[in-house]
Design a protein around this ligand. Structure first.
Ligand SMILES: NC(=O)c1ccc[n+]([C@@H]2O[C@H](COP(=O)([O-])OP(=O)(O)OC[C@H]3O[C@@H](n4cnc5c(N)ncnc54)[C@H](OP(=O)(O)O)[C@@H]3O)[C@@H](O)[C@H]2O)c1
Length: 248
């Protein structure tokens, strides 16, 4: 892997992420929030309904590496239904490494759901490892799960700013990696709740009507991004953008 910006030269996912310590930068009223997406050159976020076929093994390594740097991983219900998550960090060695750098053994897995219509047979719920917290607007009761599960209810819709405040103040979460999907992503930007965007651009075109990385209502105003780094491997680009705040 090559780092194109800044300081061009050879790098690896591990080396690149080693100095990335988002848990040291929580806001007073919410955790530091980063988003991670993979897209085709025409900006599509799915192929055949899922994201896996878009990226290469290097993209999977970036995703796995990023998960080791956050207290919590957050997704929307649509992503949970499509991708059927399991335990976010599969490797025992990586979980132990997290503890050595001051992070919890397993990241808290956070799901945002309106209807609580989730794939309860996915191994995230059945494996009995890690912890899951669901923010929902539904009054339905979830089934018994082998994995420890907490539910926080909001009225009407999940208020994402309040949910992030809850994570910071009630759960001690300092940094959240959100892995989408496009509808959750767009609301987080609209509410000014994102600090970093990790975007892999795979050298592929797919066309058709697959979603883009932001879906739903247009943002109230364009979000300004600053390119913090750009990496390349076999034509695939790995960008990290930081949110440029209006006051610079
Ligand atoms: N390329 C990538 O990196 C990437 C990343 C993630 C996902 N994806 C793809 O994106 C697709 C899913 O897209 P999506 O936009 O539907 O995913 P999503 O944003 O994960 O899920 C949308 C769902 O989340 C819930 N939700 C979001 N905001 C809410 C709020 N404020 N209050 C209550 N509920 C809220 C709703 O759930 P209910 O339905 O329960 O009401 C809504 O239907 C999948 O095909 C997945 O593979 C791609």
């Amino acid at each position: 892997m090559q780092r194109l910006l800044p300081n061009p030269g050879p790098t690896t996912v591990e080396r690149q992420l080693d100095a990335y310590r988002p848990w040291e930068e929580p806001h007073e009223d919410r955790p530091f929030v980063a988003m991670n997406f993979v897209a085709t050159v025409d900006g599509r976020a799915t192929m055949d309904g899922v994201s896996g076929p878009i990226g290469s093994d290097a993209d999977t390594a970036m995703l796995a590496g990023l998960r080791t740097r956050f207290d919590a991983v957050m997704i929307g219900a649509g992503t949970m239904r499509a991708e059927r998550y399991g335990r976010p960090i599969a490797s025992q060695e990586r979980r132990e490494h997290r503890e050595r750098i001051g992070l919890p053994h397993d990241p808290l897995m956070v799901i945002v759901s309106g209807r609580l219509d989730l794939p309860w047979d996915a191994s995230l719920f059945t494996a009995g490892a890690g912890r899951v917290l669901i923010f929902t607007a539904s009054e339905a009761e979830p089934p018994e799960t082998a994995t420890s599960l907490r539910v926080v209810r909001h009225e009407g819709r999940v208020d994402l700013a309040a949910a992030l405040r809850h994570l910071r103040e009630e759960r001690g979460v300092r940094a959240v990696l959100s892995e989408g999907g496009p509808h959750l992503h767009s609301q987080l930007w609209a509410a000014g709740l994102v600090d970093d965007l990790f975007l892999t651009t795979a050298p592929k075109l797919t066309g058709a009507d697959a979603p883009r990385i932001l879906e739903g209502k247009a943002l109230p105003e364009p979000s300004e991004l600053e390119l913090a780094w750009l990496l390349e491997q076999e034509g695939e680009l790995f960008a990290r953008y930081s949110h440029r705040s209006p006051d610079g």
